[in-house]
Design a protein around this ligand. Structure first.
Ligand code: ZN
Ligand code: ZN
Ligand code: ZN
Length: 368
């Protein structure tokens, strides 16, 4: 059997500038006694070490060290056999110095993660988790994922899962994935489930965003409706006011213009709502929505506001749940938009952009 001195010599050189294995008497900032234990690697290499230092960093090593020896005279040896020799050296180096070289991390982060987990060295585990997270790639992600699962490294596991889910087509081609398919059906199932859930979550978020945008549009339409009916905009205004006099387009002109077209159509259309005209029906619904939200009683100048209110009182029970929900959502969109001016500005820009691309289609996207 061979004894390796260079590793431990370097370790203690790093630590205190002395070399316990070769010159214990040499003075230094903190002298270490003679090594009293050996770590045995898988190639039968012995690394001399100090049981007190090993025990102070790893409770698992402490337990092993505290076990009474089988024979009084027998040499104290701790075997660490599952990883390459140099990974064991890097591990011991960390125990002595609380640090890891870039080179060690690059080559042995996977082994060091396993060792830090088995021997309960949380600082090293954290360092390896971070390092492996930064070095994740399509090619190594499945291997790291397996290890993260074995080592209960939850953050790393999640990071791997996300990468697999986002780039599954490429991951599917890797050896790692093929290995999992052949040997680890539970992990395969976990991964596929995670991908499914991610897709679902994305869909839900998309739907939620679309709904929020719709309510925000409706809330803006409600503001424009009031503005058109009280002060008038470029081409439509209250009957007792000349529209467009010295008045440029308002700040929400994208929506406002669509509504003004709708008003003009509503006034002229021969088919009307009952004739099945979809544009008139839309106008009708916007007016009804306004009335559901409006808190002015007689002073409101929006057409049909009072009539709808009266109708609602008579038909209270028939006011369906879906409509009430819509009213609530539009009101909360209104509250949100008035609370957050910055957000409103952003949405205005977005809506303005959308409208400039599609004319008054914004109104058509209101699915009432
Ligand atoms: Zn306007
Ligand atoms: Zn019509
Ligand atoms: Zn009103």
């Amino acid at each position: 059997m061979e004894t390796i001195h260079s590793g431990i010599t370097n370790i203690s050189d790093d630590l205190c500038g002395c070399s316990p294995a070769t010159s214990p008497a040499k003075s230094g900032p903190r002298e270490l006694p003679e090594p009293d234990i050996n770590i045995l690697t898988r190639d039968a290499i012995r690394i001399p070490a100090h049981s007190s230092i090993l025990a102070s960093v790893s409770p698992v090593l402490e337990n092993i060290i505290d076990r009474p020896p089988k024979h009084r005279s027998s040499e104290r040896v701790i075997p660490i056999l599952g990883v390459p020799n140099d990974a064991v050296l890097a591990f011991i180096h960390f125990i002595y110095s609380s640090s890891c070289t870039e080179e060690h991390m690059e080559k042995y982060a996977i082994h060091l993660l396993a060792l830090s987990h088995v021997y309960l060295v949380p600082q090293l585990k954290q360092r390896c988790t971070k390092e492996l997270g930064q070095r994740l790639s399509v090619d190594n992600v499945v291997d790291v994922l397996q290890l993260a699962r074995l080592c209960d490294a939850a953050d790393l596991y999640l990071k791997c899962m996300k990468l697999v889910a986002n780039d599954f087509k490429a991951v599917e081609e890797t050896e790692g994935w093929k290995f999992v398919q052949d040997h680890d059906p539970y992990l395969e199932l976990d991964i596929l489930q995670f991908i499914d859930e991610t897709e679902l979550r994305k869909k839900r978020t998309r739907r939620h965003r679309e709904e929020q945008r719709l309510y925000a549009q409706l809330s803006e339409a409600m503001e424009c409706l009031e503005h058109i009916c009280t002060e008038g905009c470029t081409s439509v205004g209250p009957y007792d006011m000349e529209p467009g006099q010295k008045r440029g387009p308002c700040s929400k002109f994208g929506t406002c213009q669509g509504l003004q077209h709708l008003f003009q159509h509503f006034a002229m259309c021969k088919r009307r709502v009952n004739g099945g005209c979809l544009r008139c029906k839309r106008m009708w619904q916007l007016l009804r929505l306004h009335s559901s939200i409006c808190d002015q009683s007689d002073s409101c100048r929006v057409p049909l506001c009072r009539q709808f209110k009266l109708k609602m009182i008579h038909e209270k029970k028939r006011d369906d749940a879906r409509w009430k929900l819509l009213v609530r959502k539009v009101m909360s969109a209104k509250a949100i938009s008035s609370l957050s001016l910055a957000k409103r500005k952003r949405e205005e820009d977005q809506l303005g952009e959308t409208r400039s691309h599609c004319g008054d289609h914004g109104i058509r996207s209101f699915r009432l």
